[in-house]
Ligand binder design. Sequence first.
Ligand SMILES: Cc1cc2nc3c(=O)[nH]c(=O)nc-3n(C[C@H](O)[C@H](O)[C@H](O)COP(=O)(O)OP(=O)(O)OC[C@H]3O[C@@H](n4cnc5c(N)ncnc54)[C@H](O)[C@@H]3O)c2cc1C
Length: 251
Amino acid sequence: MKVELLNYTKDGDKLIAQAAKLCYSEAGLKEINENLSPEEVDRFVHMLTSLGHMSPMEHISFSFYVEGISRACSHQLVRHRLASYSQQSQRYVRLDDFDYVIPPAIEKNPRAREVFIEAIKRDQEAYEDLVQALMEEGMKDKNLTDKEKNALEKRAIEDARYVFPNACATKVMVTMNLRSLLHFFEMRTCLRAQWEIRNLAIEMLKEVKKVYPLLFQEAGPGCLRGPCPEGKMTCGKIKEVRAYFQGGQDD
Ligand SMILES: Cc1cc2nc3c(=O)[nH]c(=O)nc-3n(C[C@H](O)[C@H](O)[C@H](O)COP(=O)(O)OP(=O)(O)OC[C@H]3O[C@@H](n4cnc5c(N)ncnc54)[C@H](O)[C@@H]3O)c2cc1C
C-alpha cells in the first residue's frame, strides 16, 4: 500500500487557536492576531483537546492519495461520511491484469494462497470473456465510429466488472478535516479494526505526525486516552497498544 499526504492546511494550529480565541474573546481577529504567540497557540490546542471543544479543529484539512488498497478496505474507508473521496472508476477504466491485495494470513499459507490466486485468475478470465461477449454483437456492425466503439466498450466493462472480487486493488484520494481525521484514527487504528484499514490508518497517522506532531500527539485508538471504549469486545492488549502508539508506531 502507498499512502501520501498530498496537501494540508498550512499554519493549521494557528488557525485553530484563532478560531478558539474568537469564541472566548471580546476582541476581533486583528487584536487576536497581535497577541497570539506560538506558546499561546500550543496552549489553545491543548485546552481544546482536553475540553473536547472540537469544532475549531474543523477549519483545517488533510488530503491523502492512497494506492494499492483492496476494494474491501476502500469500502470500509468510505463508510466515514465526514470526508471527501475520489476513487478510480471500474466503469471507465478497463482492468486488464488487475492488481489485487492478498491478506497476510493467506499469503503465508501455501494452500490458501494457491486457492486465492486460482480464484483471481478465474475472475480475470471471466471479466475478459464478459467484455468480449458483451461487445461481440455490437461489433458486428462494421460502420461503427470510434466514439460508438468506445461507448460499446464502456457499457461492456461497466457490467463485466461485477465479477471482480473484494481483493481488487484501487486508488483513492481522501480529504478529511482534523476533527473527522482524529475520529477516523480512533476507530480504525484500534486493534478491533481489520488489519488492512488499520494499516492504512496507521500510515496516514505517520504522515500527518510529520507535519503536525503536536496536533496528533495523542491521536490513535480510544484506549490511549482512557479505558478501552470497546467494553466487552476489548482486545485485552491495552498495554501493548499504548506502548506501540506512544513509541512512535515503529514496525
Ligand atoms: C471494528 C469495527 C467494526 C465494524 N463493523 C461494522 C459492521 O459489522 N457493519 C457495519 O455496517 N459497519 C461496521 N463498522 C463501520 C461503523 O459502523 C461506521 O459506519 C464506520 O466506522 C464510520 O464511523 P462513523 O459513522 O462514526 O464515521 P463518520 O461517518 O465519519 O461520522 C463521524 C461522526 O459524525 C456523526 N454522524 C455522521 N453521520 C451521522 C448521522 N447520519 N446521524 C447522526 N450522527 C452522524 C457521528 O457522531 C459519527 O460518529 C465497523 C467499524 C469498526 C471500526
